[in-house]
Design a protein around this ligand. Sequence first.
Ligand code: GLN
Length: 311
Amino acid sequence: SPTPDLQTVVREIAEEMRARPDRGEVATYIPELARVDAGAFGLVVIDADGTVAAGGDADVAFSIQSISKVFTLTLALGMVGDRLWRRVGREPSGSPFNSIVQLERERGIPRNPFINAGAIAVTDVILSGHQPREALGEILRFMQFVAEDPSITIDEAVAASELRTGFRNMALANYMKSYGVIDNPVDFTLGVYFHHCAIAMTCRQLAMAGRFLAHSGRSPSTGYSVVSAERARRINAVMLTCGHYDGSGEFAYRVGLPGKSGVGGGILAVAPGRASIAVWSPGLDASGNSHLGRIALETLTKRLGWSIFGL
Ligand code: GLN
């Protein structure tokens, strides 16, 4: 049978997802996130030629939360290179995103850069030698650069909400600090961390931002090299193995693409050589990953034959 048209597939999946009764639970531990419309659904796929296929709420901004960790990892690797791996591991944790248990056994070194502890350690690396506002500016400008959209901003209400209720993250940061894994004052590091998690983006902007990962480290539209092909490949590997916390195995099994989720209900997925994909549905599963977002991606990769593991 001929390859189905991308725009048709995307539109059909958006309609199918919106018709489903199962939605998952919207995150409430960050009070501001509990206010989003649980019925929202957006999907955007951008192929190698830059053709954009969009369905549902493709242009509604949402809180990217942990998806920002892909971009802070990229930035930190650019700043300190492979020395970053002395601060943070790259093995799947098999634990929830906000887990503290492994830190004691592993002397304060977080398992990977995509769980909260690991991302806080990565943020600390970006912060060193800068004021918090400079580090945050650096992260936001990098996001605007890769998304080719200077209008991207931080949702201050989400950042403030998380700061007020971020007791678990404070515990993680202080615990790592006791092992010397955090160099800067804990409040400074957490301030930058909470703010980059509060970046608001649409599926369209997020799919644009992920293009360099799908195309060997280059933006296919500008031709700019964001990272080397080797680094892009490695970031994708960490996304595949660690991007969905204790749901990473299940995501690889069902979707078969590197992907990173956030508790705002977004997922950025990468089909190497083919496309960058962003999906958003705020209801989460038990691991804190978007319930319908994962099902939408599973449906997409199946219909298009895009799993990295074969047809
Ligand atoms: N900012 C959120 C937190 O630290 C990010 C968690 C997530 O998206 N999984 O709890």
